[in-house]
Write a protein that binds this ligand. Structure first.
Ligand code: SF4
Length: 162
């Protein structure tokens, strides 16, 4: 059975910045388990960040810009967390390579895992189009990334070209 990467928080592991978790729709979970070996990973915990931790947002761009050195990740206390977020992304990519992973379902709106929407970097609660640092790196290396809201992208495989 093919491996698929899933954000740990989407599998109920309480690793979010606030010490809580998220989840997948029950029917999506059933569909995924019938077709894939689900492998959980949290880039931020892998990078050594604690749980709970201060919420972080991307300032000056989105995940791909962070990888280019053109944007930063900063938490709401003003601490620059860019290095940790890039390290987490690199560790997620290494995990995918080690397990021949071609598909990922990552939690939307996270500065690491977002695949289409991030917060605007001003901690105002407003969202803008963009992807997280891990999602950007995985896509750069050919991995098909969807969120808990766009699992249809995975269901439409091999049509995933993002
Ligand atoms: S980094 Fe990704 S897996 Fe970890 S808590 Fe945030 S959204 Fe979930």
């Amino acid at each position: 059975m093919e491996n698929i990467l899933v954000s740990a928080c989407l599998m109920g592991v309480p690793v979010r910045y606030n010490g809580k978790s998220l989840g997948l729709q029950p029917d999506d979970l059933v569909w995924l388990k019938q077709r894939f070996n689900l492998m959980t990973f949290c880039p931020e915990v892998s990078a050594g960040l604690p749980t709970p931790r201060a919420p972080a947002e991307i300032k000056g761009g989105e995940g791909a810009d962070v990888l280019l050195g053109a944007a930063r990740v900063q938490d709401n206390t003003g601490v620059d967390q860019t290095a940790a977020f890039v390290r987490g992304a690199e560790q997620a990519l290494a995990f995918c390579r080690a397990h021949n992973i071609r598909y990922a379902i990552l939690a939307e709106a996270s500065p690491s895992c977002a695949s289409s929407t991030i917060y605007n970097g001003r901690f105002s609660g407003e969202k803008i189009p963009g992807q997280g640092v891990t999602a950007a790196l995985l896509r750069r290396h050919g991995i098909c990334v969807a969120s808990q809201h766009t699992i249809s992208v995975i269901k439409a495989q091999p049509g995933c070209t993002e």
